[in-house]
Design a protein around this ligand. Structure first.
Ligand code: AHR
Length: 510
């Protein structure tokens, strides 16, 4: 029987709520149809935002939303998306299906969406094809309170009050779609552009840190997967001749990593796969742990105090598109395999919350590993949505020391995975939260958990389980759902069984 040790008295890092963040791009049916249907739609909406989707997002407590891309961000010119909709410029969305973007969802609509969800804002600026002036004016337009050309324009467009930009990305994937730059070239550009991303509402000597909400936290473009040369090259240039208190003029450095079972060339179907591919996918998801350690070690050299957050602002599964759908729209279904991928990643992020300060799953609706799928007026919550729901109590809680005995399972030497994934935290009310996933397709594991530093008196649990291909469809939207589960409170701990292919969340109260 696997032994599980939790030391609730050994508090580690805070699990920033932003670790549970999301990403929405002007790609396929994420923004249009998925989130925004327009004020005149027959689909129930508030100011154009789908009511059903907003309600489902509020339920999982979405803490932060990244927008407008992705690759789209470095082609986006924000002035095209403000003012009367009938006058807004139309453009070709060259990256994603070559469709016409009518810019009916722009800056004002993004802030309205975040207001309705009740989340923080992460705006990604255009460094690849935009100018310093354009970026600077966007920040002024969004945040300046007072009399200025951009603040006046915002007021003229119906919003006299400034908005709060919590995070600002200075470019996206600038090693690729964001301009094909070298790390040194990008970092020099970053230094220049970020100078004009001003936090108008704070003073010059406000301490900079990824955790300081009084400033716009600036995110520099980090590596793709294991490109340590990029991380090294960017940090070397950012920290060059830079006073310590500015820690490289950045508050965060991004990392992008997608889970493709057979690599970029062999992504495979999202719904039809065998056990071998199940384990291959989960092994690829586990690679996130190695990547965080790899890039984290370089960050530690430049920033030993961990003021610079690692921002995994694109992660998740990337499979072949659903048959018959536009290949440029990246629409895929979501099964229990995605649920386990989410569980593995979120437990890894929790465990690395001393360095990982924000992550954004790609993407929120109808694109890649979505938490929500829509079809006309119908909506389904995916198995991934349910995992976010099971994990939400970790938000802003404190990670505590934990260890579970695991064995390696799988079908191929190269793609073996630990059978169990877990993390534990204590929240502000003193409740202990445990999330645990069983990666085996066939084996149930009884777990004997001992908990130190915590006198548990009451326990409750929820489980998400299903056959590995189980999914929610528009015909059967609740085929995969969570339900309450029996966990026994024993002397000094807990006893429970983790069924094959399941995710469990447990709350213990003193
Ligand atoms: O999420 C889809 C795309 O993947 C994003 O636009 C880009 O940043 C990444 O390559």
């Amino acid at each position: 029987m696997p032994k599980y040790y939790i030391n609730a008295g050994n508090k580690k890092s805070k699990i920033n709520k932003e670790i549970y963040g999301h990403f929405s791009e002007h790609l396929g049916r994420c923004i249009y149809e998925g989130l925004y249907v327009g004020e005149d739609s027959e689909i129930p909406n508030v100011n154009g935002m789908r009511t059903d989707v907003v309600e489902a997002l509020k339920e999982i407590k979405v803490p932060v939303l990244r927008w407008p891309g992705g690759c789209f961000a470095d082609e986006y010119h924000w002035k095209d998306g403000i003012g009367p909709k009938e006058n807004r410029k139309k453009m070709i969305n060259t990256h994603w299906g070559g469709v016409i973007e009518d810019n009916s969802f722009g800056t004002h609509e993004f802030f309205e969406l975040c207001r309705q969800i009740g989340c923080e804002t992460y705006v990604n600026g255009n460094l690849g094809s935009g100018t310093v002036q354009e970026m600077s004016e966007w920040v002024e337009y969004m945040t300046f309170e007072g009399v200025s050309p951009m603040a006046d324009l915002r007021a003229k467009n119906g919003h006299p009050e400034p908005w709060k930009v919590d995070f600002f990305g200075v470019g996206n994937e600038n090693w690729g779609c964001g301009g094909n730059m070298t790390p040194e070239f990008y970092a020099n550009e970053y230094r220049r552009y970020q100078t004009y991303v001003r936090s108008y509402n704070s003073s010059f000597d406000t301490p900079r840190s990824i955790d300081n909400p009084d400033i716009i936290r600036r995110i520099a473009c980090g590596a793709n997967i294991d490109d340590t040369e990029w991380t090294e090259g960017v940090l070397k240039t950012l920290f060059r001749h830079c006073e310590d208190r500015f820690h490289g003029n950045a508050d965060g450095l991004s990392l992008h990593y997608y889970t493709h079972p057979g690599g970029w060339e062999h992504k495979g179907s999202s719904t039809e796969f065998d056990e071998k591919t199940w384990y291959m996918t989960l092994a690829k998801a586990y690679y996130m742990d190695k990547l965080i350690k790899m890039h984290g070690a370089i960050m530690d050299q430049y920033d030993p105090d961990k003021k610079l957050g690692m921002i995994v602002d694109e992660w998740g599964t990337w499979f072949d598109v659903e048959p018959g759908t536009n290949p440029g729209f990246l629409y895929q279904q979501n099964t229990m395999r995605d649920a386990l991928v989410a569980c593995i990643n979120l437990n890894i992020f929790n465990k690395h919350s001393d360095r990982v300060k924000m992550t954004c799953i790609a993407q929120m609706v109808n694109v890649l590993q979505s938490v929500i799928l829509t079809e006309g007026a119908k909506m389904v919550k995916t198995p991934t949505w349910h995992v976010f729901n099971l994990f939400k109590d970790h938000q802003d809680a404190c990670l505590v020391e934990s260890h579970i005995d695991t064995e390696m399972i799988g079908e191929e030497e190269e793609f073996m995975v630990p059978n169990l994934s877990e993390s534990a935290s204590v929240d502000a009310d003193g409740k202990l939260h445990i999330t645990i996933g069983n990666l085996s397709v066939t084996e149930d594991y009884p777990v004997d958990a001992s908990i130190a530093g915590f006198a548990g008196k009451k326990v409750s649990a929820q489980i998400l389980r299903g056959e590995m291909h189980a999914k929610n469809t528009f015909e059967e939207p609740d085929a995969v759902h969570s339900e309450s589960y029996d966990v026994e409170l024993s002397e000094g701990g807990l006893k429970f069984v983790v069924p094959a292919g399941s995710v469990i969340s447990i709350t213990v109260e003193e």
